[in-house]
Design a binder for this molecule. Structure first.
Ligand code: FMN
Length: 188
């Protein structure tokens, strides 16, 4: 069982990374083979918005998106984690999301039977960010798993090490990841 975790935080070792790593740890305890990817470490250009995207054989960008996209589409579960930036996902996550438009236009949907969204904010913007992430995965059609196989974890943390100092939150993230792995096992 392959589970891919994608962090959209530009801040290494911050709250988003911390909680995603805990979630992946929980998943690995359930037997998952986990991979952590930080978008900040990759070179992914923004979507160019070509009107003929659907009829192109390939996206004109040749960057790190292609390899990540393969992992994203072929994993048994995916966890997307983002900090809230101005009531929305981070720029890194939005760039990744937009580049999926080529996949969407070419019917390249996720194989994943379970998915998770982790949203981290100092105080506000959870609803708006969850809606935007859900719109990508569900309304945008990328995630084709059952509605109850999409889970969301909201975490309140502002300064860089705040999540690390909340044992209950770390445990919630670990349980969240374990739950996603269990969901995959149950839908085999
Ligand atoms: C550019 C920017 C915009 C932000 N916008 C919000 C926001 O709209 N709502 C909020 O509660 N926190 C906001 N924050 C705070 C972050 O969501 C918070 O610090 C979070 O813990 C960052 O996650 P990280 O440690 O993984 O980087 C913002 C931070 C930055 C740098």
């Amino acid at each position: 069982m392959k589970i891919l975790g994608i962090s959209g935080s530009p801040r290494p070792g911050g709250n988003t990374d911390t909680l995603l790593l805990e979630a992946l740890r929980g998943a690995s305890h359930q037997g998952a083979d986990t991979t952590f990817v930080a978008l900040r470490d990759l070179s992914i250009s923004p979507c160019s918005g070509h009107p003929d995207c659907a009829s192109r054989a390939a996206c004109h960008h040749t960057d790190d998106f292609q390899a990540l996209s393969y992992q994203f589409l072929s994993s048994d579960a995916v966890i997307l984690a983002t900090p809230v930036y101005y009531w929305n996902m981070s720029a890194q996550m939005k760039t990744f999301v937009d580049r999926n438009y080529f996949n969407y236009k070419h019917e390249g949907y996720m194989d994943a039977r379970a998915a998770g969204i982790i949203i981290v904010a100092a105080s506000e913007g959870f609803d708006e960010t969850e809606q935007a992430m859900r719109n990508f995965l569900v309304s945008g059609g990328q995630f084709t798993g059952a509605p109850d196989a999409l889970a969301v974890l909201r975490a309140q943390a502002g300064y860089r090490l705040e999540a690390k100092q909340q044992p209950a939150l770390l445990k919630a993230a670990e349980d969240f990841g374990a739950g996603i792995a269990l969901k995959v096992s149950q839908t085999r």
